[in-house]
Design a protein around this ligand. Structure first.
Ligand code: NDP
Length: 263
C-alpha cells in the first residue's frame, strides 16, 4: 500500500523517545521530512543519532516545551522556514501520565494534568494551523490513551483529562473538515520511556526487565499477553496521518493488545 508520504512534511512532538521516536523513524523510512521536538537537549541529540544522524534536509530537531506558547510558536516558525511554508502532518504525542487517586491529587496537580493534556494539543494545533492550511493532504494525529474511554481510579486526573481531549478532537474534526483530518490513537500499555522509568523504580530489585514486564502484562490482563512495542502504535499513527487514510476523520483507533472492554 502506498502511504503517499514521499516529500511530505511532518512534525512529531515528543519525537525524542518512545512512541514519538518510533513514529519519526517510520515517517523518515516512508520518505517524509520530519521535525521533532522535546525539552531535553541530550535526549534530542541521542534521537538524532538513532534516526541516522544529522541531515538538514530530512530531519529537524528542536528544543521546545509544548506547554510554552512562545517556544511552540518559535518551533512553528522554524518548521515553516525548513519545510517551505506548509505542514502535511502534525503528530501531537508529547506528554506523560500521572499516577494518583482522587484522595492523593491536589488541586495544583489537577491543574497541571489538565494543562498538559489539553494544551499539548491546543498550542501546537494553533501554532501549526496556518501551515496545515497550506497543505493539500493535511492531517493531525493525537496520541491519546484508552483511559479516555476506560478510566482507571489510580490515574484519576489523567483519565478525566484524556476523555476531555477526545471530545475536543471530535469538535476539531468537524471544524477543520474538509481540509484537515483529525484522528487519534488510544493506547493501552506500550513499552516505552514511562514504563522504563517505572521498571527502574521497582521495589523488587532482583526482578529482570522481562520478568517485570510479563508480570505487568498479567496483572493488567492484556489479552495479547505483553506490552506493545513503540513501533506498533507508530504504524497506526503513520497510517492515520497518511493519504491511505484519506476518508478517515474524527476517528480513534485502539492499540491496546485487546485491553479495551467496550464493543
Ligand atoms: P516517552 O517518555 O518515551 O516519550 C515522551 C516524549 O515526550 C519524550 O520525547 C519527551 O521528551 C516528550 N515530552 C514530554 N513532555 C513534553 C513537553 N512538555 N514538551 C515537549 N516534549 C515533551 O513516553 P511514550 O512514548 O510512552 O509517550 C508518548 C505519548 O503516549 C505520551 O503523551 C504518553 O502520555 C502517551 N501514552 C503512553 C502510553 C504508554 O503505555 N507508553 C499509554 C498511553 C498514552 P522530553 O522529556 O525531553 O521533553
Amino acid at each position: 500500500m502506498d502511504l503517499g508520504l514521499t516529500d511530505s512534511i511532518a512534525v512529531v512532538t515528543g519525537g525524542s523517545s518512545g512512541i514519538g521516536l518510533a513514529t519519526a523513524r517510520l515517517l523518515l523510512a516512508d520518505g517524509a521530512r520530519v521535525a521533532i521536538c522535546g525539552r531535553d537537549a541530550a535526549r534530542l541529540g541521542a534521537a538524532v543519532s538513532q534516526l541516522g544522524g544529522p541531515n538538514a534536509k530530512t530531519l529537524l530537531a528542536e528544543r521546545c516545551d509544548v506547554l510554552d506558547r512562545g517556544q511552540v510558536e518559535a518551533f512553528a516558525r522554524k518548521v515553516a522556514q525548513w519545510g517551505g511554508g506548509r505542514l502535511d502532518l502534525l503528530v501531537n504525542n508529547a506528554g506523560q501520565g500521572r499516577v494518583s487517586a482522587f484522595a492523593d491529587t491536589t488541586d495544583e496537580q489537577w491543574r497541571q494534568e489538565l494543562e498538559l493534556k489539553f494544551f499539548s494539543q491546543i498550542l501546537p494545533i494553533r501554532a501549526f494551523l496556518p501551515l496545515l492550511r497550506k497543505s493539500e493532504r493535511a492531517a493531525i494525529v493525537a496520541v491519546n490513551s484508552l483511559l479516555a474511554m476506560q478510566p482507571e481510579p489510580h490515574m484519576v486526573c489523567t483519565s478525566a483529562a484524556r476523555a476531555g481531549v477526545q471530545n475536543l478532537l471530535k469538535s476539531l474534526a468537524s471544524e477543520f473538515a474538509p481540509h484537515i483530518r483529525v484522528n487519534s490513537v488510544l493506547l493501552g500499555l506500550i513499552d516505552s520511556g514511562q514504563w522504563q522509568r517505572r521498571f527502574e523504580a521497582r521495589t523488587n530489585r532482583s526482578q529482570s526487565r522481562a520478568e517485570w514486564m510479563s508480570e505487568l502484562a498479567a496483572e493488567k490482563k492484556i489479552p495479547l499477553g505483553r506490552l506493545g512495542d513503540p513501533d506498533e502504535p507508530a504504524r497506526a499513527i503513520v497510517f492515520l496521518g497518511s493519504r491511505a487514510a484519506s476518508y478517515i476523520t474524527g476517528a480513534s483507533l485502539e492499540i491496546s493488545g485487546g485491553v479495551s472492554r467496550s464493543i
